[in-house]
Design a protein around this ligand. Sequence first.
Ligand SMILES: Cc1cn([C@H]2C[C@H](O)[C@@H](COP(=O)(O)OP(=O)(O)OP(=O)(O)O)O2)c(=O)[nH]c1=O
Length: 191
Amino acid sequence: MLYLASQSPRRRELLGQLGVSFSVLDVDVAEIPLPDEAPVDYVQRVARDKARAGWQSLAPQLKADAVVIASDTEVVLDNRIFGKPKDAGDASRMLHTLAARTHEVMSAVWMMSAEHERGDICISRVRFADLSEATIAAYVASGEPFGKAGAYAIQGKGATLIEHLEGSYSGVMGLPLFETARLLQSFSVAA
Ligand SMILES: Cc1cn([C@H]2C[C@H](O)[C@@H](COP(=O)(O)OP(=O)(O)OP(=O)(O)O)O2)c(=O)[nH]c1=O
């Protein structure tokens, strides 16, 4: 049985796109970078922590046949990590910083079974248009930035802020499907 350790509706939708059946585990892990932790290390550590928390929440009798998958997505610019905005001011500051620049979206996936645990990372490059004050204010007021790394959603109105994408659309949205399918196959889960 496959378990997705995530509260994100986007991840549910994306994993569903692969046509595999799965159950959802609610996990909540602290997302705090360690001092001097590189963004690539941070995103992979958090994905692993989420998968391990999901694994621990499983009843012992389910573990023999279980595969748990979790993911983490962060926006990175100039080595700074932009997670989910705390409030409207935070969202607005993030969008101002990202405007007219190219940032990276790092999405890590981690998978565990009784025998193995392993993960992968997908890094995409996203260029934002030059955003006016009014555009940022209207976008923040729409509510879409909340709960999204970097304060935008490529799958929503946030698409209108993006001039160029190099990489994986599903990775930016929260679950890189190429890497996920490859990992599922390596755990003998058909995808
Ligand atoms: C950049 C970007 C992020 N996001 C979302 C995906 C993730 O849900 C969120 C990043 O936060 P995460 O901490 O990766 O995930 P989460 O807390 O929402 O869910 P989980 O329970 O799995 O930990 O940002 C979009 O939906 N669209 C985008 O374009």
